[in-house]
Design a protein around this ligand. Structure first.
Ligand code: 13P
Length: 254
């Protein structure tokens, strides 16, 4: 049985002080809710430490939105995996479509980051998903298959069984647009991701992997998406910036 995982990707939002306030508000809104959903917040780098202080002792885990594939050295502006673990970070989003399209991250780069994250003890949340044009031309299965195969190349069945990797299916056309994939469209793509993982490793290993849906997930559509057999959580953008909507999505997964 896979434990659901709902993560907030705050993108380039929230100062250190605002992060502290949002984490406190999420905790207050969660109250004594003990539903078996793992909760993660992924603030920008500059707010990780203050968010980490605010969530200490709570059920919320800390994530980051990106990291370097390299371990240390003359790489101006980059942040390493061990810098993140030193702040208590447990998860790191890798290969988000905004990184792929705006910053030129290829599957090979994402793959190097995945390896560096796992080696450092971080759990990557690896994003895949097709653009609108790729969906309209029927290329989505090929695109997502290639992204999974190449971004996760070399990841072993044992690593998957140990829960070291989360995959997020985020159709690019649904991100920040208010358009959500229907529960059937999302389920189809999640099942595809799981089939590809099974071919790369084994059915048992693939069955252990949690696959999140991302793209305009909100309180109104979360319950029906999270009820689908291969949808194991959500990666939430806009709706994660307010405690009430983020917690409503978490509770929809209970
Ligand atoms: P929205 O929820 O704002 O569509 O963003 C989704 C996303 O990109 C999460 O990583």
């Amino acid at each position: 049985m896979r434990k659901k995982i709902v993560a907030g990707n705050w993108k380039m939002n929230k100062s250190a002080a605002e992060a502290r306030e949002l984490v406190a508000a999420i905790n207050a809104e969660l109250g004594d809710c003990e539903c078996p959903v793992e909760v993660v917040v992924c603030p920008p780098f500059t707010a990780i430490e203050s968010a980490g202080t605010a969530l200490a002792g709570s059920r919320i885990a800390l994530g980051a939105q990106n990291m370097s594939e390299r371990s240390a050295g003359a790489f101006t502006g980059e942040v390493s995996a061990s810098m993140l673990t030193s702040l208590g970070v447990k998860y790191v989003i890798l290969g988000h479509s905004e990184r792929r399209t705006l910053y030129g991250e290829t599957d090979a780069i994402v793959n190097a980051k995945v390896r560096a994250a796992i080696n450092a003890g971080l759990n990557p949340i690896v994003c895949v998903g097709e653009t609108l044009q790729e969906r309209e031309t029927g290329a989505m299965d090929d695109v997502v298959t290639r992204q999974v195969q190449q971004s996760l190349a070399g990841v072993t069945g044992d690593e998957l069984k140990a829960g070291k990797v989360v995959v997020a299916y985020e159709p690019v056309w649904a991100i920040g647009t208010g358009k959500t994939a229907s529960k059937e469209q999302a389920q189809e793509m999640h099942a595809l991701v799981r089939r590809v993982l099974a071919e790369m490793t084994s059915g048992i290993a693939a069955a252990a992997v949690r696959i999140q849906y991302g793209g305009s997930m909100k309180p109104e559509n979360a319950a029906e998406l999270l009820a689908m057999p291969d949808i194991d959580g959500g990666l939430i953008g806009g709706a994660a910036l307010q405690a009430d909507s983020f917690v409503a999505i978490i509770k929809a997964g209970c």
